[in-house]
Design a binder for this molecule. Structure first.
Ligand SMILES: NC(=O)c1ccc[n+]([C@@H]2O[C@H](COP(=O)([O-])OP(=O)(O)OC[C@H]3O[C@@H](n4cnc5c(N)ncnc54)[C@H](OP(=O)(O)O)[C@@H]3O)[C@@H](O)[C@H]2O)c1
Length: 205
């Protein structure tokens, strides 16, 4: 349960990057929503696979945690959150985005020639105020990640990869266990953006 939907979704996103030709030698990979579940697992997995990972977060105070997970560099999510140009300086070989909205548009605009952006979330918003310029001028691929209706074969592939690519130390770092009686208070902290990684509820305690 510690891996849960977040870890599984992160793995699906990484497989999408790989299938579109992203590899550690191609350059940096950006992970947004870094302190969240999908973000934390994405950082740990990408770093264990040899990528240079740049983590985007609104919680710079959690930089030590993100570096422990394997982030090489931390950037402030505010640098991606506002409307930007259709094309910006090329930086990312790949990206895993949990945020959507202007952030996703700005990531596409700064993805390198033939890079891939895996879009899995909407923490900033569901809108996608982007242009087709990165797609048609730089051959950027926007890979949509759905975890819910995935065919069985994709699920088997993702969980098999999690079994080999996710170390127990990363899992322990990302996860915190709570008692059932702590759920309501933790849920409030989660919606206030104060929970990092993943929380497992032990219903027996
Ligand atoms: N496609 C799928 O099948 C699938 C599967 C699982 C989840 N999701 C979606 O993916 C997203 C992430 O899921 P999760 O479980 O990782 O959620 P989560 O644990 O709540 O993490 C979301 C993270 O996004 C960042 N964030 C929050 N509000 C933001 C804002 N207004 N602007 C920019 N960043 C913001 C925060 O990271 P920082 O504090 O580090 O900035 C937060 O920790 C959610 O939208 C979820 O619905 C989709």
């Amino acid at each position: 349960m510690a891996i849960g939907t977040a870890g599984y979704t992160a793995m699906l996103a990484i497989i999408a990057l790989e299938k579109n030709g992203v590899s550690p030698d191609k350059g940096e990979v950006l992970v947004t929503g870094a302190n969240g579940g999908v973000g934390s697992f994405s950082i740990a997995l990408l770093s264990s696979l040899g990528y240079r990972v740049v983590a985007s977060t609104g919680r710079l105070a959690e930089s030590a945690y993100l570096k422990q997970l394997g982030a090489a560099e931390i950037i402030d999510r505010a640098t991606l959150a506002e409307p930007g140009r259709p094309l910006a300086r090329e930086r990312w070989a790949g990206a895993i985005d949990s945020v959507g909205s202007h952030t996703l548009a700005n990531i596409c605009a700064s993805t390198r020639y033939r890079g891939t952006v895996a879009a899995c979330g909407l923490a900033q918003g569901m809108a996608f105020p982007a242009s087709v310029a990165p797609l048609i001028l730089r051959g950027v691929t926007l890979a949509g990640i759905d975890s819910v209706m995935r065919p069985r074969q994709d699920r088997i592939e993702a969980w098999a990869r999690l079994a080999t690519d996710l170390g127990p130390a990363a899992l322990a770092l990302i996860t915190r266990e709570i008692r059932l009686s702590e759920v309501i208070e933790t849920a409030h902290r989660l919606t206030d953006g104060q929970v990092r990684g993943r929380v497992v509820v032990d219903t027996g305690r």
